[in-house]
Design a binder for this molecule. Structure first.
Ligand code: HEM
Length: 433
């Protein structure tokens, strides 16, 4: 949906203006300059623009419901909030709310139950096994990329990588994984297109079907694989989840972990092709790549906003938020808050407490996939740099120097390139033959 309406100060509507997507940072800077909480006029969303105000919301799940966590103000609420405590109204209308089957929209008591089941997949030993797989996979995908003249990072490298890594984490049998690579393309819905119809068109239906089959068959005849463990585990209160509850958890991982990781990889590589000195430095000092990934997450991470609904009237900084107010944690401005970070707009590889940004959120919904995403992107960059003598931008796709063209995801939720075409020059000593 394209709309270019502006407010009295000439600012566009963040939630519908596609043009903001190519560079949203000056816009978010302006909002922070207005104050730590900015109430935008188009949808009355209260935008948290600083680290401290965002933390106040992230850390108070009792007054901020995650029921709008997946989509914020679009589509609008299906009810009119009444009074200073709308907890009961949220409970009543939750089943009709958008994406109500995604864990990031759950509150007490469902959220901790589902989350504890999900965290069984993220134990240190499981992540170690998964890292072995993802290292081999990275080499295979780089083999494919080196075999062609140019590679498109999002569709050809990032998406298959992130998809197959999650498939491995879940223990999907090797023979079935090619199908997952084919079916899960991770195309984002356009900005404002949050209708059920747009949602249905995404590959979630395929995931629901295949995981229902996996979980039902493992419940009937458990083996010693990861899927059987998930299928036969009880909630921490001892009750058994239904099949659909387990299926939702698995589907959530693909929905949340695929596109984010692929876009982060593309953003990181765009920086490295545009800053060749940095590329040279990381090729000779690969131990700094982990810190580089943290700074990319902070400076230009793949999530622009996470959302909450104020369930009880409350105060944040100088703003009174009535029950029913939608709140946005505007990650692009929070992570560049000068009150929190020195030189906020620069990549600083030796920044103190470099992992303490909010790209993965904070509080009870903080991203469980963060360790996985970090390893994936670090390993892929390590291996790409180790196996090439140069990585450059394809001028045929992005235009000549001084007149480059890039397209960004047309949505207020995700930040990232739609495509990044690169030329990989294999290292002479590693060339075949
Ligand atoms: C660079 C990559 C990623 C970024 C920047 C990212 C960011 C985030 C953020 C900001 C949240 C919090 C949302 C909120 O507070 O409302 C979140 C939640 C979540 N993420 Fe990630 N994520 C990434 C990768 C992943 C991966 C790889 C997985 C899984 C394989 C994953 C699974 C999830 C899940 C399931 C939630 C919901 C957790 C809950 O509600 O308890 N994410 N992510």
């Amino acid at each position: 949906m394209k709309q270019n309406r502006i407010d009295q100060s000439g600012r566009p509507d963040l939630f519908t203006d596609v043009e903001l997507c190519s560079d949203p940072y000056p816009f978010f800077e302006q909002l922070r300059a207005e104050g730590p909480v900015f109430v935008e006029p188009f949808h009355d969303v209260a935008i948290m623009t600083t680290f401290d105000t965002a933390m106040a919301v992230f850390n108070d799940a009792s007054k901020f419901s995650a029921c709008v966590g997946a989509s914020g103000p679009l589509p609008p609420l299906t009810f009119v909030p009444e009074g200073d405590d709308i907890t009961a109204q949220i409970a009543e209308h939750r089943p009709q709310m958008h994406c109500s089957d995604l864990i990031n929209t759950y509150d007490q008591p469902e959220h901790p139950k589902a989350r504890s089941l999900m965290l069984r997949l993220f134990t240190p030993s499981r992540l170690r096994q998964n890292e072995t797989y993802l290292r081999e996979l990275a080499e295979r995908l780089i083999d494919e990329a080196l075999a062609s003249d140019t590679v498109e990072i999002v569709a050809e490298l990032g998406n298959p990588f992130a998809t197959l890594v999650i498939a491995d984490l879940l223990g999907i049998p090797e023979d079935d994984r090619a199908l997952y690579r084919d079916r899960l393309t991770g195309v984002p819905a356009p900005i404002g297109e949050t209708s059920e119809e747009a949602y249905e068109q995404r590959p979630l239906e395929f995931l629901h079907e295949s995981f229902t089959h996996f979980i039902e068959s493992r419940r009937a005849a458990p083996t010693d694989d990861v899927l059987s463990d998930l299928a036969t585990s009880a909630y921490h209160d001892g009750t058994m989840p239904t099949v659909i509850e387990v299926v939702r958890i698995t589907v959530n991982l693909f929905a949340a972990g695929q596109e984010t990781t692929a876009r982060l990889l593309a953003t990181a590589l765009r920086i490295l092709v545009e800053q060749q000195n940095l590329q040279t430095q990381l090729r000779s000092e690969p131990e700094l790549i982990g810190n580089f990934v943290e700074e990319v997450l902070r400076l230009d991470g793949p999530i622009k906003g996470t959302f909450r609904l104020t369930s009880q009237t409350t105060q944040i900084a100088d703003a009174e938020l009535k029950a029913g107010t939608i709140v946005m944690m505007a990650i692009p401005t929070i992570n560049r808050d000068p009150g929190r970070y020195d030189r906020p707009d620069e990549i600083v590889l030796d920044r103190p407490k470099i992992r303490e940004h909010l790209a993965f959120g904070r509080g009870v919904h903080t991203c469980p996939g963060a360790p996985l995403a970090r390893v994936e992107v670090r390993v892929m960059i390590e291996r790409l740099l180790a196996r090439t003598s140069a990585i450059t931008l394809s001028a045929a796709h992005h235009g000549p120097e001084g007149n480059r063209r890039f397209e960004y995801a047309p949505t207020y939720l995700i930040r990232g390139l739609n495509a990044l075409h690169l030329k990989l020059v294999p290292r002479d000593d590693l060339k075949a033959g």
